[in-house]
Write a protein that binds this ligand. Structure first.
Ligand code: ZN
Length: 82
């Protein structure tokens, strides 16, 4: 679908998909669903367009710094592997 080379495996086979993106910064997590990206069909590496990443960054700041209310929230269990 594009002439782009995968930086990981060198494949040129990509497919547009909507994926779940888990954003993590300084111990804060945020899950964004249905994020558009191009997926390498050979190795699975995901590629996001610049404007998509900027929008995600902007929304993350709205939620964590300006206390915007997210559409929903989940509780995540945490343990140390032992
Ligand atoms: Zn690849």
């Amino acid at each position: 679908m594009s002439e782009t080379l995968c930086h990981v495996c060198g494949s040129t086979d990509f497919e547009g998909r909507l994926v779940e993106y888990i954003y993590r910064r300084r111990g804060s997590y945020w899950v964004v669903r249905d994020v558009p990206c191009e997926v390498c069909l050979h190795c699975g590496e995901r590629y996001y367009a610049g404007p998509v990443l900027l929008q995600i960054e902007h929304r993350f700041q709205e939620i964590y710094e300006q206390h915007a209310k997210p559409q929903s929230a989940i509780e995540v269990p945490v343990e140390v592997y032992a």
